[in-house]
Ligand binder design. Sequence first.
Ligand code: C5P
Length: 121
Amino acid sequence: YNERYKTFRRQHVIGKMAAKDCDKVIKKRKIKNSETAKCKEVNTFVIASIKEVCEVCQTMGKPYHKNKTYIESVKTFQLVVCKLKSKGKRLPKCAYRGQECNQHIVLSCEKGLPVHFQRSF
Ligand code: C5P
């Protein structure tokens, strides 16, 4: 598998978590802003199996209307969106507010595998 796919999986796909788990999961999965070495501002977790998320790239997605390089999911997914409470915080103290919702996800795919989480709606 390619490295971008592995990173996508680590950052965005989880079998089970609750909104209150953001801090713990983001720390455990070593999710950070790789460019600034600060805390990542937003990270969305898709509560699903990796198989279901990969299917968005294969049969369960369609071109995203605003930018056809992206694929949007046909169905909605259960999500936890983790947002940093205060911007500009340096590692390792990253405190997040989590929100649970059900939304369509917008991804980019390479060779039928998800490699980037763009947004949800
Ligand atoms: O939108 P932007 O390019 O700043 O997003 C950077 C990264 O933040 C994305 O690649 C993705 O990993 C994450 N993100 C997210 N959920 C969102 C928006 C961004 O996980 N709704």
